[in-house]
Write a new protein. Structure first.
Length: 105
């Protein structure tokens, strides 16, 4: 990875806390790809600098839309993630309705 890209860590804040997001953003920028993070502050910074960035729910919805995952399977993943303490805006049972209402399916 090019040090120039990683050096832009100051965009999202200094310190060890933001190195994960900085690494993901540097790789996305270097490879002209998309970043996935659920950190809202980091997402705002990434979009400000022109990176395409999405969250876990979007990624699961896209997998369903592309036939790579079922809505039920993605719902199970949502529940498993919530069981680890991840904050998501819906339960697994609500996943299908939630993404449909927001045009993600």
């Amino acid at each position: 990875m090019c040090l120039n890209h990683f050096a832009r860590i100051d965009r999202i804040g200094a310190g060890d806390r933001n190195q994960g997001e900085a690494s993901v953003f540097a790789a996305a920028e270097l490879l002209k790809g998309m970043a996935v993070t659920d950190d809202q502050a980091a997402t705002r910074v990434a979009r400000k600098y022109g990176l395409e960035v999405h969250g876990t729910v979007w990624l699961l919805a896209r997998a369903c839309r592309n036939g790579k995952q079922t809505v039920v399977g993605a719902g199970s993943l949502v529940d498993a993630l919530r069981d680890t303490g991840m904050r998501l805006p819906m339960t697994g049972a609500e996943f299908g309705t939630w993404i449909a209402e927001r045009g993600l399916m």
